[in-house]
Ligand binder design. Structure first.
Ligand code: ADP
Ligand code: ADP
Length: 208
């Protein structure tokens, strides 16, 4: 199964992806996680990406496309993957399509997780993640257990200001992927409002 997840920042893609990759036994490929690892490691790519990320802007297509091409060519992604946070622009979607076509492959589904803008700021500003396990929490909606609370991190770009820029980037640069994948007959819309378990149920239903 080759799937991609699109949706505004904070829609719940990471939360749902962690559940889906277990269910479908495919690797979770998050470009945001890959960039954060590069920033932490201080690589040249990480340094270039950090500036865009902190402002809530997208990293350049060439950098992202190269990174994803390398990642999906790895052994564990041979039989499928769940791409989370990629593609985010039409040129990225076109590059993914041509990389797959070259290998005689294609996507099986594009999940669009829909959450209205007015719910996004609360989801983003309350997000905390566990650097040891990768688990995603929310101070109000998914409170962390007391024993991990001290080590949780608040992403630098999870401020209200950066969140607004990320939403603008989503609407102007990523939303055009909706008609792109609709035309390909791949788009599956999922309502992302409600309890995470209910959202997972909706995704499993649309995937059949
Ligand atoms: P979100 O929680 O907004 O969905 P991610 O963790 O997916 O965020 O991404 C964090 C940041 O990493 C983005 O705001 C952007 O700067 C950068 N980034 C991640 N994926 C991409 C991509 N496909 N294209 C460009 N920039 C990206
Ligand atoms: P994304 O990967 O799309 O940026 P996340 O999965 O990191 O989104 O979720 C963003 C924040 O919203 C996290 O703090 C997460 O705990 C919370 N969250 C995820 N799903 C839901 C939901 N269905 N209802 C309320 N909060 C949610």
């Amino acid at each position: 199964m080759r799937m991609i997840f699109i949706g505004p920042p904070g829609a719940g893609k990471g939360t749902q992806a962690a559940r889906l990759v277990e269910r479908y036994a495919i690797p979770h490929i998050s470009t945001g996680d890959m960039f954060r690892a590069a920033v932490k490691a201080g690589t040249p790519m990480g340094k270039a990406a950090a500036e865009c990320m902190n402002k809530g802007e997208l990293v350049g297509d060439d950098i992202v496309i190269g990174m994803v091409r390398e990642r999906i060519a790895q052994d564990d992604a041979k039989d499928g993957f769940l791409l989370d946070g990629f593609p985010r622009t039409v040129p990225q979607a076109e590059a993914l399509k041509s990389a797959l076509v070259t290998d005689g492959l294609s996507l099986d589904a594009v999940l669009l997780l829909e959450v209205p803008d007015q719910l996004i700021v609360d989801r983003i500003t309350g997000r905390r993640s566990d650097p040891e396990t990768g688990a995603i929490y929310h101070l109000t909606f998914s409170p962390p257990p007391a024993e991990v609370a001290d080590r949780l991190v608040h992403r630098k770009d999870d401020t209200e200001e950066a969140c607004r820029s990320r939403l603008d980037a989503y609407h102007s640069q990523t939303a055009p992927l909706v008609p792109f994948y609709e035309a390909e007959g791949l788009l599956k819309r999922v309502d992302g409002v409600g309890k995470p378990d209910d959202v997972t149920g909706r995704i499993v239903t649309v995937l059949g």
